[in-house]
Design a protein around this ligand. Structure first.
Ligand code: SF4
Length: 146
């Protein structure tokens, strides 16, 4: 939801604190139950991730989440889906050249990163999205491969 995603960027520091607090426990729980249920987890966990991150960040379930590196602004909402932005077309008022009624996702990302403790990660060059992971759970991917 657009307004919710702008809220998430404004509160990126708070979300970073929550993420850092719950992420280790979440991952170890996921690793534990993954050993028991394996692929049976895919559907419920993917649905839960899509619902929560969909509301807060307009998550597009790319399967390779970099929210913590992009100021809690999901780059998949960029009409050009660029992974390292902004593009050269961003308007002076920070709006998107493709969707003039929308704040540039990357302008928001840099604003959000500026509020975060580990916001410097936004300077890291991100790989292009592997669309074969589209629709899959980034949480499970991290639990299984991370
Ligand atoms: S202006 Fe921002 S959101 Fe729009 S296409 Fe460029 S980088 Fe993406």
């Amino acid at each position: 939801m657009y307004r919710a995603r702008l809220w998430s960027v404004r509160h990126s520091r708070g979300l970073e604190i929550i993420y850092n607090a719950v992420n280790p426990a979440l991952l170890s729980i996921l690793r534990g139950i993954n050993k028991i249920f394996g692929r049976h987890l895919d559907r419920p966990v993917t649905a839960l991730e899509a619902m929560t991150k969909g509301f807060l960040f307009d998550c597009q379930m790319c399967g390779d989440c970099i929210l913590s590196k992009t100021g809690m602004s999901c780059p998949m909402n960029c009409p050009k889906t660029i992974r390292n932005g902004p593009c050269g077309g961003v308007r002076e008022n920070g709006m998107c050249e493709v969707k003039p009624d929308m704040r540039c996702v990357w302008v928001e990302a840099w604003n959000g990163a500026a509020r975060m403790k580990d916001g410097g990660a936004i300077k890291d060059i991100q790989f292009a999205v592997d669309y074969r992971d589209s629709g899959s759970s980034a949480w499970l991917r991290l639990a299984r491969n991370g």
